[in-house]
Design a protein around this ligand. Structure first.
Ligand SMILES: *Cc1c(COP(=O)(O)O)cnc(C)c1O
Length: 467
């Protein structure tokens, strides 16, 4: 069921480049693609223009038993780039194989980060276009600027009058409409989505679990076969699910440590077996994890239920109807043998950012710091001090105001915009500011279209935008 990787296959990865590692892992899943095709896609996705280091996901040990896996070296400074830079190439290859000659038009709604990562991934990829709807008043100023300044001849950004749910519902209606499909066909286009439950987004994320292990082997930090822990800041459960797949393929992972912020639905779930969204929604300083329904968890439940699809469907119905479901003790026990779950609030997260910097010189963003807190708790509770890899999911400069406040106190960031905070952070720490942040301030706004959140307004807006 999961394509197996023998220990010797894993050892073999250690002497190889990111690109070669990627081709090996992807080939295990993409049976319909030749290795030349996969190699070409990997080269296009992870080129020097797109990632600022050839390692793509460099691993850095900052004490004897803890490493940071930096997943933020792509164009939007967050880990979603690793999947969304590759996905367009996989989609266009598949389209070509199926004899599809129409343009593949991606349509997606975003609450912030995914939209920009999708725009950068599809930007100027031949045979595609990408249209992102964002809620006009539901994204941060930096996120809005990131999207509306996007370059490229095939990128489209539309502000919807409404909140994220309105935008998301509107996009779902467009996907469900035969009339809209006909409109698109008349323009020589066919619709496709890029959301996080797309399998093409999951597979590329498996690569960096293998790559991290291969780096540890190469640096002689572990012996072949030693089990390590991975700490994953979690929202929609996509990133950590890829880690589960890596483990199921044979990568020696002891525990996958699932780190949440105060929206700790998953912590309770792994501890009790009860998933319940009947609770308060918190806005935190790790906004990409402010989620109550983790859509990718369904895929893990499928494994927990021994691939009984009916059972999973039942749970999902209960979730829709009553906001909760329980998987029972036995399945909970199995889940907690593989996963450890914990959470941290904003104050603990801020303290972790400061402690990590003061004690090790490592600068992390709030999402990554949530992981650091939960790792500390895991080690205290279990006594398991074996090597742990912390996934660093975003550049600290993406959240410069909060990181600066963590290091210097709230007053240090008060009244300053994101750019001023980033500059101060650079002066203070000497950690170089990524050029994407500087560029953002000076780039011209290219996308200004707005529309209502009803079906007809959104339909018109896309058709005019693409025409
Ligand atoms: C999306 C995101 C996460 C959460 O990842 P999931 O796959 O949704 O669990 C964590 N950190 C950052 C910075 C993100 O952008």
């Amino acid at each position: 069921m999961f394509p197996p990787f023998e220990l010797r296959d894993i050892i073999d990865l250690s002497g190889r480049s990111w690109g070669e590692r990627a081709v090996r892992v992807l080939s295990a899943y993409l049976e319909d693609y030749s290795s030349q095709e996969i190699t070409a896609a990997v080269q296009a996705a992870y080129s020097e223009e797109r990632f600022d280091t050839a390692a793509v996901a460099p691993l850095r040990l900052f004490d004897r038993s803890t490493a940071l896996l930096e997943l933020y070296h792509g164009p939007t400074l967050a880990f979603k780039d690793i999947a969304l830079q590759l996905l367009p190439h996989l989609i266009t290859l598949a389209a070509r194989k199926n004899g599809e000659t129409r343009e593949v038009s991606i349509l997606t709604a975003t609450s912030g980060d995914t939209g920009k990562a999708a725009l950068e991934g599809f930007r100027d990829v031949a045979g595609t276009s990408v249209t992102v709807f964002y809620p006009r008043d539901g994204v941060s100023d930096v996120q809005k600027r990131q999207m509306t300044t996007t370059g490229g001849g095939n990128t489209h950004v539309i502000a919807v009058d409404g909140n994220f749910d309105d935008a998301q519902t509107g996009v779902k209606r467009l996907f469900g409409s035969e009339r809209f499909a006909a409109d698109m066909a008349a323009q020589g286009r066919v619709l496709s989505s890029a959301n996080s439950i797309n399998f093409g987004r999951l597979v590329p994320q498996i690569i960096y679990y293998f790559s991290a292990y291969a780096d540890l082997l190469q640096q002689s930090r572990i012996a072949a076969g030693d089990a390590v822990n991975f700490v994953v800041p979690t929202g929609n459960f996509g990133d950590i699910l890829a880690g589960y797949y890596a483990r199921a393929m044979g990568l020696p992972i002891r525990r996958l440590i699932c780190a949440s912020n105060q929206n700790n639905v998953l912590t309770d779930f792994f501890r009790t077996g009860l998933y319940s969204t009947n609770r308060h929604f918190h806005r935190t300083i790790s906004p990409s994890m402010d989620i109550l329904v983790s859509s990718n968890l369904e895929r893990l439940l499928y494994e927990a239920a021994d691939r009984d699809g009916e059972q999973v469907k039942n749970w999902m119905e209960q979730l829709r109807e009553s906001g909760s479901y329980s998987v029972g003790e036995q399945r909970r026990d199995w889940l907690s043998s593989v996963f450890y779950a914990g959470y941290a609030d904003d104050a603990e997260t801020m303290r972790e950012i400061r402690d990590l910097y003061e004690q090790t010189g490592t600068l992390v963003d709030p999402h990554t710091a949530v992981g650091g807190c939960v790792l500390g708790e895991y080690r205290r509770n279990t006594g398991d001090n074996s090597l742990a890899v912390m996934l660093a999911t975003a550049s600290p400069y993406k959240f410069a105001a909060d990181v600066l406040a963590a290091l210097r106190g709230k007053e240090a960031a008060a009244g300053k915009d994101a750019f001023a905070c980033a500059e101060e952070l650079e002066q203070l720490t000497g950690v170089p500011m990524p050029p994407q942040i500087k560029a953002l301030r000076d780039l011209p706004v290219r996308h200004t279209r707005q529309c209502g959140s009803d079906f007809e307004s959104m339909r018109q807006a896309v058709l005019e935008e693409l025409a």
